[in-house]
Design a protein around this ligand. Sequence first.
Ligand SMILES: [Ca+2]
Length: 586
Amino acid sequence: MPLRSAHPVRSSVALAATTLLVACGGGDTLPVTPTIPQLAAATSAAFTGDCASLQTAFAGLANTQITLAETVAAGVLTVGGQAVAEHCRVTGKMHERTSTVDGQTYAIGFEVRLPKNWNGRFLHQGNGGIDGAVVTATGSTGGGPLTHALAQGFAVLSSDAGHSGATPAFGVDPQARLDYGYQAVGKLTPMAKQAIQLTYGKGPDRSYFAGCSNGGRHAMVAAARYFADYDGILAGAPGYNLPLAATANLAGARLYETLATVSPVTSQIDLATAFSNTERQLVATKILAKCDALDSAADGMVQDVAACQTAFDPDADLPTCLGGRDGTCLSANQKSVLKTVFSGPKTSNGTLIYSSFPFDPGFSAGANPVAAGGSPVGSGIAFWEFFASTNLDSGATGIIFNPTPADPATFNPVTFSLTTNIDDLYAAMRSTSTTYTESAMSFMTPPDATNMKGLRNRGGKIMVYHGVSDSIFSVNDSEAWYKGVVQNTGDNFASFYRVPGMGHCSGGPATDQFDMLTPLVNWVEKGVAPAEIVASARGAGNAGGVNPDLPAGWAADRTRPLCTYPKVARYKGSGSLETASSFVCQ
Ligand SMILES: [Ca+2]
């Protein structure tokens, strides 16, 4: 069982640690403890009909066109090495329309997979990146998949979030932006629940939302905007400040540019040369030298993230090159850039754009793309900025596009990254225009991220996990969110886990395979607050796929407890370093 231990059910009154202050007679305030309801557990049902019949059964769904209803035989899908049982797959699209801005056809494409033996639950699967594709709705969550919701009996929905295609061109259309930001979830959810009702004779007893990266953003936005529709939220590496993170990443690219050389192949600046693989490994080695043993185990993992930030001093601990770069040192400029990127780039007037990032040995991992100076800086992140900008309808002021005005067909993310005015971009994230009436920060983020009272007060729960070496969205930003939630909403409905060494959603020198969905269900439906969760490495032979970043000295199946923040997994002093049971969350 992945949930190694769990606290017993606490009463709903005791759970309600947050106090609300209300005025009383003399103008003083008295704490009032809200009672949080305990939601009932879902009960199962079965679908014994013909999957093809669902095409007709769903025909009346509002604003919806069903394109296919079919049986998927057992074993056609496998996730994490597990075969998926026979189920129904229904595909369709909602709100098909022609844009008056770019003349393109848009719709919210989706699929819903309906198990024959249903557990009474609905899972909305948030996908990553810029969406634009209906990812197979298996509901696999947590680094490398250990389990998946479809096999557990959930009815699972996946969508393209309102546009088709892997380019940011949809950003030209204002409605497509809003659908991507949040409105697709608002439109899909009632449709999916009604489809479930039509299939099983009752709607879902309990509803969940899970995703990582932009899927984690979707999850957190759903927790804030659509809390009435969801009982449990699982948000991995949530880019809940995505426009700011993207701006900071572009600022980082500008800094990397000062170190980089021109590729002889492409004749363009190659950001990956800012830090060579050898230099990144040097940094990781020095971090480990200072921080590995802080958790009492020299095991290649830095569990005590906070202590490491104090212990590791890049100025003192990284050797400075006296001559040229030879892999045994960093140039003074490299050290300066490293410190700025990790402390968080600022605007020209000194405003921190996004968040700091913690030092972690995952800096050396091949799966750490920004640390590698690679693609997200020059492509994916710039994609987000492209559609988040508001001067596409004028092309006159503000952000410098190349070409100008921006043309999605010839959009060059590398050039864009290196010519964009960061101050203008930062301002644009909160700007609107005649065509784009909602700013990027409005449509992409939870309206009031640390106010999750709507979810809490109805008995909903949210669990968040984040890789410490994630270089796209910072674990420090999620930490700040959690602290804010505890302060503003309470700690009795939200739980936060750091995953040491893990990069963006998976990978890195980490135990990155875990199941948080089961603990979430237990919390929502049984009141069992989640405690430590055992995560495993994905070494050779792993059924859920092999993690190429796993250090050679680790057991292929190393396990570690993931601890509820702010606890840290510390070695007990005896027992195998490969086994979670040798560690305790303190
Ligand atoms: Ca350690």
